[in-house]
Design a protein around this ligand. Structure first.
Ligand SMILES: [Cu+2]
Length: 185
């Protein structure tokens, strides 16, 4: 009797745990967890989005693109340190998803770039988007809008707003720097 109760509790706990770990979105062998985007400043035209992609299939796949009614286009970007300088580039060939790997798009690394955004993302909003994978196909997801950049600290030098420092110094550090977030290459 005691054992049975224990088993029931363990099972309940396990079910709760697997629900928490479950992928929020799935297409074929591709599981997508926790898509989130950053809130944007008023007037900003470019927003960034992040998510975790797991390939649980037995063939490699590739994340090739995304679309959203909230953006003119969405680019796949990579940010990395090159010769001590943070640089960003568009990944025209998409992001490879080898067999049995999980790829994280996160601040400071791979990310989605929402271009030509007409209505800046606000905290708490959900941004609908469609992600496309070379083999698995397309899947609709929702990006939850979290706080603006800097939530983990250390993002002061985000190259998405390369002119932020200039703007700040010219306007003597006004609260709303209204960066135009120029996004060359
Ligand atoms: Cu970018």
């Amino acid at each position: 009797m005691k054992t049975l109760t224990f088993t029931a509790i363990a099972l309940a706990a396990w079910v709760a745990l697997s629900a928490a770990n479950a992928h929020e979105f799935k297409v074929g062998a591709i599981g997508i967890t926790q898509p989130y985007a950053r809130a944007m400043l008023p007037g900003a035209k470019v927003g960034s989005g992040y998510l975790t992609i797991a390939n649980e299939g037995d063939t490699s796949d590739r994340f090739v693109g995304a679309t959203s009614n909230r953006a003119g286009s969405i680019q796949l970007h990579e940010m990395k340190i090159d010769n001590g300088v943070m640089v960003m580039r568009e990944l025209a060939n998409g992001i490879p998803l080898p067999v049995a790997t999980t790829v994280q798009l996160k601040p400071g690394g791979l990310h989605l770039m929402f271009m030509d955004v007409r209505q800046p993302f606000r905290p708490g909003e959900e941004i609908k988007a469609t992600l496309t994978f070379e083999k698995a196909g397309a899947v609709d997801v929702r990006f939850t809008v979290g706080p603006p950049s800097g939530e983990t600290g250390g993002s002061k030098r985000d190259p998405h707003s390369p002119h932020a420092d200039d703007t700040d110094s010219k306007t003597a550090g006004a609260a709303d720097s209204g960066t135009d977030e120029e996004h060359g290459q």
